[in-house]
Design a protein around this ligand. Structure first.
Ligand code: SF4
Length: 364
């Protein structure tokens, strides 16, 4: 039986963060109810009992704004329409402010076993600059309550390159996070997205410069490693055995089905996307989709995605490109960007920092 991951995009937020380009609208109870009905309809539409669903991921937006009953109904529908693996990894992204002990117990009962908490920083000053609605203490409380509720697989998002962030403040955030009962960290460099409120001269001028951002990234890799979180992807770090199984599907070119406005899929031999339009999603019997790639996972895409992973690219998987890749390796190895053990090509932390250009050199 072939496996499948299901991604559910929940496009609601309490308040839009100034730096965020993810698709979300302001939460409304009525619209959330209509949205959940549409998700259930779509799960029924794609029903396939021959697919073993081994990962489910509620992303957003702020999926934890949905009620426990709504989330439970979506999981039950997936269980009824697909072959849901009893050991499936079921993740929800959550804003710390939405996580009360009752809510956390309800999420566990609904079948959610992995929590991805949007912490971003353990400095209140940095959280204020980001416009986050929670404090560091609130984030820590949410994680501790989650562990008390039985969550044994907790991830925290950490942001690098926040205005005013310094190597010392980042190291302090990591040290504080590492004291918490968490198993995974996603550390993303803040990128100013076009058209967001952060896309202005004032914010750009307050960002750490390129060299400091590079220093912050390499410091994060080092400090997280020191605290037991090994880097397994450009931006992801985990204790042994706690790598995100769902996200690894993306980097390994495995099938995933996305449901909800702005959700992407690699499914049925195609890549397709649902438009960023909640009204259109709610109002359609089946979610509208636009094909973005009719022949996904060709060599270039496969190699690019594989090289994002610390395990890298096995040249045995791309024998017809071996000679070409081997020819390009020496200067990249000399520069400290790439490792090669005779079989596997992988990027070093310095290589991950400039991964786009390193991967482009190797693959194109
Ligand atoms: S960062 Fe998260 S909480 Fe903020 S607007 Fe984006 S999705 Fe919503």
């Amino acid at each position: 039986m072939s496996t499948l991951g299901i991604y559910v995009h929940v496009p609601f937020c309490g308040k839009k963060c100034g730096y965020c380009d993810f698709y979300s609208v302001c939460y409304s109870k009525v619209q959330a109810e209509l949205y959940v009905e549409a998700v259930l309809r779509n799960i029924r539409h794609y029903a396939d009992k021959s697919r073993a669903v081994d990962t489910v991921y509620f992303g957003g937006g702020t999926p934890s704004l949905l009620t426990v009953e709504q989330l439970g109904a979506v999981i039950a529908e997936i269980r009824g329409r697909f072959a849901l693996d009893p050991n499936a990894e079921v993740t929800i992204e959550a804003n710390p402010n939405t996580l009360t002990p009752d809510k956390l117990a309800g999420l566990r009962n609904a079948g959610i076993n992995r929590l991805s908490v949007g912490v971003q920083s353990m400095s209140d000053a940095e959280l204020r600059l980001l416009g986050r609605s929670h404090t560091a203490e609130r984030a820590a409380r949410a994680v501790l309550d989650a562990a008390d509720a039985g969550f044994r697989n907790i991830s925290c998002d950490l942001m690098l390159g926040i205005p005013s962030q310094t190597p010392d403040s980042l190291a302090a955030s990591i040290a504080r996070l590492a004291e918490l009962p968490i198993q995974h960290v996603s550390a993303y460099i803040l990128k100013i997205e076009e058209g967001t409120p952060f896309d202005c001269g004032e914010v750009r001028a307050s960002l750490p410069d390129e060299d400091t951002t590079a220093e912050l990234y390499l410091l994060a890799v080092r400090e997280l490693d020191r605290h037991g979180f090994a880097q397994y992807e450009v931006s992801n770090f985990a204790k042994c055995g706690f790598e995100s199984r769902h996200n690894c599907r993306y980097w390994r070119c495995e099938d995933y089905l996305g449901i909800g406005p702005a959700a992407h899929s690699c499914y049925g031999g195609q890549r397709f996307a649902v438009p960023r339009d909640i009204e259109g999603f709610i109002g359609s019997p089946v979610q509208p989709t636009e094909v973005t790639d009719e022949h996904p996972c060709g060599f270039e895409e496969y190699a690019m995605l594989r090289l994002r992973l610390a395990e890298g690219l096995s040249l045995a998987d791309v024998p017809e490109h071996r000679a070409d890749i081997e020819k390009k390796l020496p200067p990249l190895i000399k520069a400290g960007y790439v490792r090669f053990d005779g079989e596997r090509v992988s990027l070093t932390p310095e290589g991950f920092l400039v991964s786009n250009s390193v991967i482009e050199t190797l693959v194109f």
